[in-house]
Structures are given as C-alpha cells and as structure tokens.
Design a binder for this molecule. Sequence first.
Ligand SMILES: [Zn+2]
Length: 290
Amino acid sequence: MNVRVHAIQTGTITVKRAYRTPSGSNRLMRLNSVLLDRNWLTIPVFTWVIQHPEGTIVVDTGESAQARNPEWFPAPQRPFWMSQYRFNVTPDQEIGAQLRDMGIEPESIKRVILTHGHFDHTDGLYHFPNAEFLISRKEHDDVQRYRSAHFAFPSHFPSTFKPRIIDYVPEPIGTFDMSHSVTKDGTIRLVPTPGHTMGHQSVIVQDGNRTIFLGGDSSFDQDSLLNDIIDAPAFNAHVLRETRRRILDFARDEHLVYLTTHDWDTPERLAGRVPLQAVFTVNQAVAVPG
Ligand SMILES: [Zn+2]
C-alpha cells in the first residue's frame, strides 16, 4: 500500500518546565505550579502530512509566527501569554511554507484533521482556505462554548474555516470500540482519545503490518505515556488515564508507532518505525498507568 506519513515541525514553544511535569493532584493545582515555576523547557510543535492514494491529508496545523506579535493576543490576556510562553516560529517554519518546499500547495489540501482545538494545533489553520477540518463533535461544541477560556483563540479561526463534525461509529479498531474512517479503504481512522481536552481525537494510519498512531496531545511525549505523567493543561486526568490505557493495550498486540505533537523523538520513531512494543521489551519495569 502506498501511504506515506511525514512529520513537519512548526518551530518550538518555550514553556515552563512544570507544563510537562506539574505538581498537584488536580488541574487547578497543576496550572498553579506552572505559574510559579521559574524553569523553562523548549518543546517542538509537530504536525503530520499523510500522502494517501485518496488525497493528501494534513493532521493539525501547528504554530504560527504571528504568535510572536503581542497583538495576536487580546489585550486583557496579553500579560498571561507574554509571561508564560515564548513562541519561536519563523514564517518559513509554518506548515504552509514547509508544504510548499515538499512540492505540496496548501491551497490544494482538501482535508485537515484537528486532534483538538488548542492554539498550537490550530494557529496555522489559515494556510488551508480550501480544506474541510475534521473535528470531533465534542471538541467543536466545547470550542464554541468555552472559547478563549479553555481553547485559546478560536477567534483566530479564519472565515474560511469549514468544520466537518465527526461522529464516531461502532467500527472497532484495536482496543477502540468506536472510530471514524477518513478514507474509503479504512486505512486512516479517527478514534476518540479524550482527557487532554474532552473532544480530543487521534489518528490511526495502517501502513501494511505497521500502525502509526498520531496521538496529538494524548501525552506530552512517549515517556509521559509510559511513566504516567499528566501534563498541566490536561483537562481530566482520570479520563486521560483511561485513554492511555487503551493506547498501551493496543500497543501490546500490534506494531504500533506512537507519535505525539511535542515529542522531540517523533521524527526518529517515525523514520525507524520504532514501536511502543520495543520499549515494553527493553524496559520490563515500565509503570503502566491504571
Ligand atoms: Zn499541544
């Protein structure tokens, strides 16, 4: 089969270290530990492009250089954004320019999958004026309802934004009971992976006997998945742990390559098709959450 997955890094964001490893037993405490932290951590922002016989599909749109301009943020929230985040993205690092370098015109893209509505996954939306954006019903509803309180700036959703609301159907894949097939041949599927946001979804690409799992922010990185580290912004830790258990159980039975948005090792694992199983075998002592 002729499916190719590419990872595209849209710059980095520097965040408080506690963003990845917060302290505190609930979300408020976790977020508070971020505000108090004085240590910084630079993280990549990956997106993916899937070249499939039924068309090229983009997964998430990454960060935009516009976020370097304080005026990108509404005035009342500016001090928060300016003090908590540093956006290291140039226009050439945005997804549009990088697709052009690969010989793909962003205007030709018809389908973009959004794992969730957070800014670092949606700030590049404007590169795709002719695309439908596949977003889960729950995520779409929550973005409408909570707006910038929780989702950062859907106000930056361009007027061309055409959501295609996804309802999952009972077509199981691995440990997931429900899914939505993006392609007619069923090789690219969306599955609900709630927890980070309650409408978060992941993308499963079946490429021969290997499965590539584009996990968005299901965990910050693979290490966080294996060691049960809940990131500060995660909306519901309990639900997120259920999701992660499903992913880990899936990876026991299949050659599953697990890739997330903010994992520096995403390109290496993708290139080497390194499965989660390999880590289970090497490190028997790994703590499985549950
Ligand atoms: Zn993110």
